[in-house]
Design a protein around this ligand. Structure first.
Ligand SMILES: NC(=O)c1ccc[n+]([C@@H]2O[C@H](COP(=O)([O-])OP(=O)(O)OC[C@H]3O[C@@H](n4cnc5c(N)ncnc54)[C@H](OP(=O)(O)O)[C@@H]3O)[C@@H](O)[C@H]2O)c1
Length: 243
């Protein structure tokens, strides 16, 4: 088996996911660029390789069982294991998202990718992660999924627009992260949720105030936790995010 740490970043063809792949690659890791579109995937892999990253393309649609199974088989063949999984792929789900007028399909889309997609990919990759000496799983969540911040004092109520799909999907993802941590306690697998902060990407029409590189920092930190690091937590650059 290769000595080089091997990671998979989902939704790595652009935005924060691309910068997570670049950041992990800069550590000398071998990085699988999970992306559903062949052209966008190849462009990202080429760009990463040009920057010196040991990147390889992983065809991956997190909403598709067969695609995820094929991605797991690719890691099985390439390394026989997976050290780090970053579940970064995410969607808004559609608009509008005001609760009283939201199309249920919008909710379904957000949950299908942001929650069920994470479960699907994680469970497919777990047999490979279990073969790693120090497996890490990072779920890219958002502070808009923090119920505490959503119900906090006026300043904190500004956390994101009204959202009956995207924000609750991240709350759901946080809850699922806790359940994984409970089941995996006693193993060497650390699983945590991270919030990148409001980052300028396609997801928000580039209105975010942080760069994708800044947004990637928390995932890189959680991907490189020491063996005695936390599990079942929710973190941003400044520290713990309240549930
Ligand atoms: N930007 C922010 O301010 C912010 C704040 C908090 C949390 N986050 C979270 O950070 C993560 C990355 O977001 P981003 O801002 O970088 O957004 P982005 O630029 O829109 O990138 C999203 C990535 O997810 C991929 N993706 C979507 N659905 C997928 C699917 N079914 N299968 C595989 N890949 C899929 C996209 O691929 P395509 O190119 O094929 O669409 C793209 O690579 C998301 O989980 C998001 O919720 C972002």
């Amino acid at each position: 088996m290769s000595e080089r740490t091997i990671a998979l970043v989902t939704g790595a063809n652009k935005g924060i996911g691309y910068e997570i792949a670049a950041g992990l690659g800069a550590l000398g890791w071998s990085v699988g660029v999970g992306a559903r579109d062949e052209g966008r995937r190849q462009t990202a892999v080429e760009k990463l390789r040009a920057a010196g990253v040991d990147a390889f393309g992983v065809p991956l649609d997190v909403t598709d069982d067969a695609s995820v199974a094929t991605a797991a088989a690719l890691f099985e063949q390439r390394a026989g294991r997976l050290d780090v999984l970053v579940n970064n792929a995410g969607v808004i789900g559609g608009r509008p998202q005001e609760p009283t007028t939201v199309d249920p399909e919008t909710v379904r889309t957000a949950v299908e990718t942001n929650v069920i997609g994470v479960i699907r990919v994680t469970n497919a990759m777990l047999p490979l992660l279990r073969r790693s000496p120090s497996p890490r799983i990072v779920n890219m969540s958002s502070a808009v999924g923090s119920l505490t911040r959503q119900t906090g004092p006026a300043a904190e109520l500004a956390t994101g627009p009204l959202s009956a799909a995207y924000a609750p999907s991240k709350t759901f993802l946080n809850a699922v992260t806790i359940q994984y941590a409970k089941e995996l306690r006693g193993t060497n697998i650390l699983i945590n949720a991270g919030c990148p902060g409001y980052t300028a990407t396609d997801l928000n029409g580039f209105r975010g105030v942080r760069t994708p590189e800044q947004g990637a920092a928390i995932a890189i930190r959680l991907a490189t936790l020491p063996d005695d690091g936390p599990t079942g937590g929710f973190f941003e650059d400044a520290g713990v995010v309240p549930w």
